[in-house]
Structure formats: structure tokens, C-alpha cells
Design a protein around this ligand. Structure first.
Ligand code: NAD
Ligand code: TYD
Length: 352
């Protein structure tokens, strides 16, 4: 029997690389295709341990290019899509919203159109899994949680572009019968995250004795989930979720930014053998982010009750593992911050 072909978009990025690794190792009966444009956030070094696996293939390409995407689907007739490719950083979306509109909205519609054309009406065994964020729900006060039916209320160009793509994915289900599933996850942390997001940025800055820019008073709250737990949730939902359904994924692990930063400082002092308290001296309060959402908190009971998923790691354990990973992989950090990682493609694929 032919192997099932699964297209994972954005698998050279942070979460996508963990999802691709999980699928490549767990499902030798699948062929995993990683479609990635290798923007600044795409780093094939993230996947060097699975690069030579016979059930993994990398495809360089842009989901905004509709002709390319359609031809790719015609060539491979994928059985499933797990769509993670996106512009993902809120601060960049404030500086340059257009990249977010193109990749997150137009790119998603290109994938939907190509899948629809190839699958036609014979799509009952297919899956189009759209990976989204809790930021589409907007900002909570100090009470309450985001549920799957919480109305959308995005505030940044990033979250508005993700909300728009979620609506379009649902519209393709309702209008054309596309076999879609969506999940909305809280903030992820863990190995391989680009050091522009809070946790790896601050680990890298502490390592280099650079200041730690805390937006506003550091009172904003995020719900943090270890990235490998997100990857497991995606596996569980991809295989067990009902077509047309939505699942919230979260860690029940809320931290104000400033408390979280103090934990990182403490763990870094310990790991680097520095005097306890020395990293905290790097904290600098800076102008708040525009439109900064106060609080995100996910209720993931539906996923836990219906599909039996739950986070495997306590935060204290996850943050130690994460700090250890960045300290043990300083070359990865140096390659990313110097831009050297972008040469990896030429080295690995240049003469293939
Ligand atoms: P990331 O920025 O680390 O990686 C994005 C990947 O997409 C990169 O490899 C990049 O090269 C690729 N890409 C970007 N534009 C592309 C294009 N036009 N064509 C093809 N590939 C392109 O992102 P991430 O943090 O791993 O997030 C992955 C997905 O999960 C996103 O859809 C994001 O919205 C969602 N999400 C992220 C978080 C989080 O905390 N990071 C939380 C919830 C949901
Ligand atoms: P971030 O990692 O960018 O994720 P998101 O904005 O998607 O939640 O930021 C997490 C929180 O940390 C958010 O409240 C903004 C704050 N933050 C800082 O205070 N300083 C920083 O340098 C960064 C990058 C983020």
C-alpha cells in the first residue's frame, strides 16, 4: 500500500520542527513533506537529526505563490495537511503588517484552494489541520478563560491575520465541505525558538549580559505550554479530532511577565554559576507594546475530556530543560543571531 503523504507547512520553524520530528519518528508509514520558505524564522538546523530519514522530504517554497502551491498538490496529492507556516511575531506585525496579511491569510487560502482542487468531493479520509493561536480571542481581564466558543476579538495585526485565516478555514468547511480541523494554542516555549520571543531572547541576553527589555510594567499574563506538549496535542487532534471541530490547547500555567522573567533570571544564575540576583539587574522597563493584550488563559478541558491529552511537564521542569537546551546549544544561538544559520540550506541541499 502507498504511504500516506502528509504536508507540514512551516516545519523549519519552532513548533513545526517539533511536529515534524514527532511525525517522522512515530509514523514510518507516513511520508512527511516539509514545505517552508525559510524566512528569517526558518532554520533547517532544527531538523538535522531527521534530515536523512527516508520518510522526510524538504521542499523550499512560498505558500503565497498560488501557482507553485497548486502544482505541488497536483504532483503529490497529499492525504493531509498540517498548516503551521506563518509570520508569528507580534512586534514584527506592528512594524510590517503586510507580510502577515500575505502569508497568514493569502497563503492559507492558497493551500485551501489547492487541497480543494485535488481532493474534490472525495475528501472524507483527508484532513486539513490549521494551527492557530489563542491570541485570536483577544484579551482577558483578571478572571475567566478562553473557550472554543469565545468570540474572536484580535488586537494586533498578527492576531487579526490569524483570526482571518481561521474564519476562512471554517468558511471552506461550511461552504465547500473541506475536511478541516483547527486548534488554538497558548504561548509555547522550549528548544529551537527564535530569540525574538520573550523566553529565548531573555536567555540569550542574560548569557551576553545585555539588558532585558520588559514592556510596560511586566504585568501582562501569558499561559505557557512546553512545545513538545503542543506537538503531541497536534498529533492527537490530527488523528482523533472530528472534522469541522476546534480545540483549545493550553498549559493552565499563567505567569505575569515579570514573575516569569525572575524565574528565568534565577535559573540562569544557577546554571551559569553567577551570584544569585545578578541577572535580575539586567531588567529594564521600556515603553509598552502598542495594543498589548493584558491576559491570555486557555481552558483546554474539551481536548482533555474528548481526546485524553494533557500537558506532561510542570513549568518549573520545562523551564529548566529549556534553559539547559539553550546553554548546551550556544552555537545554535550564535548561528541564529549572526545569520549563519541561513547558509545551512546551501550546505545541506546546495548540490543535491
Ligand atoms: P515560527 O515563526 O518559528 O516559524 C514559522 C515558519 O513558517 C518558519 O519556518 C518560516 O520560514 C515559515 N514560513 C513563513 N512564511 C512562509 C511562507 N510564506 N511560505 C512558507 N513558509 C513560510 O513560528 P512558530 O512559533 O513555530 O508558530 C508556528 C504556528 O503556530 C504559527 O501558525 C503560529 O501562528 C502558531 N502558534 C504559535 C504559538 C507560539 O507560541 N509560538 C502559539 C500558538 C500558535
Ligand atoms: P512574545 O514572546 O512576543 O509572545 P506574544 O506577544 O505572542 O505573547 O511576548 C510574550 C510577552 O512578553 C508579551 O506580553 C510581550 C512581553 N515581552 C516583553 O516584555 N519584552 C520583550 O522583549 C518581548 C519580546 C516580549
Amino acid at each position: 500500500m502507498d504511504k500516506k503523504k502528509i504536508l507540514i507547512t512551516g516545519a523549519a520553524g519552532f513548533i513545526g520542527s517539533h511536529v515534524a520530528r514527532l511525525f517522522v519518528n512515530k509514523y514510518p508509514e507516513y511520508e512527511i513533506y516539509n514545505l517552508d520558505k525559510l524566512t528569517y524564522a526558518g532554520n533547517l538546523e532544527n531538523l538535522k537529526d531527521i534530515d536523512n530519514n527516508s520518510n522526510y522530504k524538504f521542499i523550499l517554497g512560498d505558500i503565497v505563490d498560488s501557482v507553485f502551491v497548486t502544482n505541488l498538490f497536483r504532483e503529490h496529492n497529499f492525504d493531509g495537511v498540517i498548516h503551521l507556516a506563518a509570520e508569528s511575531h507580534v512586534d514584527r506585525s506592528i512594524e510590517n503588517p503586510m507580510d502577515f496579511i500575505m502569508t497568514n491569510i493569502v497563503g492559507t487560502v492558497n493551500l485551501l484552494n489547492a487541497a480543494r482542487e485535488i481532493w474534490k468531493d472525495d475528501n472524507k479520509d483527508k484532513r486539513f489541520y490549521h494551527v492557530s493561536t489563542d491570541e485570536v480571542y483577544g484579551s482577558l481581564g483578571m478572571e475567566g478563560f478562553f473557550y472554543e466558543d469565545t468570540p474572536y476579538d484580535p488586537h494586533s495585526p498578527y492576531s487579526a491575520s490569524k483570526a482571518s485565516s481561521d474564519h476562512l478555514v471554517r468558511a471552506y468547511h461550511d461552504t465547500y465541505g473541506m475536511p478541516i480541523i483547527i486548534s488554538n494554542c497558548s504561548n509555547n516555549y522550549g528548544p529551537n525558538q527564535f530569540p525574538e520571543k520573550l523566553i529565548p531572547l531573555f536567555i540569550n541576553n542574560i548569557r551576553n549580559n545585555k539588558s532585558l527589555p520588559v514592556y510596560g510594567k511586566g504585568e501582562n499574563i501569558r499561559d505557557w505550554l512546553y512545545v513538545k506538549d503542543h506537538a503531541v496535542a497536534i498529533d492527537v487532534i490530527y488523528h482523533g479530532g472530528k472534522i469541522g471541530d476546534t480545540f483549545n490547547i493550553g498549559g493552565h500555567n499563567e505567569w505575569t511577565n515579570i514573575d516569569l522573567i525572575r524565574v528565568i533570571c534565577k535559573v540562569m544564575d544557577k546554571k551559569l554559576g553567577r551570584v544569585n540576583g545578578s541577572s535580575e539587574e539586567l531588567i529594564t522597563f521600556v515603553t509598552d507594546r502598542a495594543g498589548h493584550d493584558l491576559r491570555y488563559a486557555i481552558d483546554s478541558q474539551k481536548l482533555q475530556n474528548e481526546l485524553g491529552w494533557k500537558p506532561s511537564l510542570q513549568f518549573e521542569e520545562g523551564i529548566e530543560i529549556t534553559v539547559d537546551w539553550y546553554i548546551n546549544n550556544q552555537e545554535w544561538l550564535d548561528n541564529v543571531t549572526s545569520g549563519k544559520y541561513q547558509k545551512y540550506y546551501d550546505k545541506m541541499y546546495g548540490n543535491r
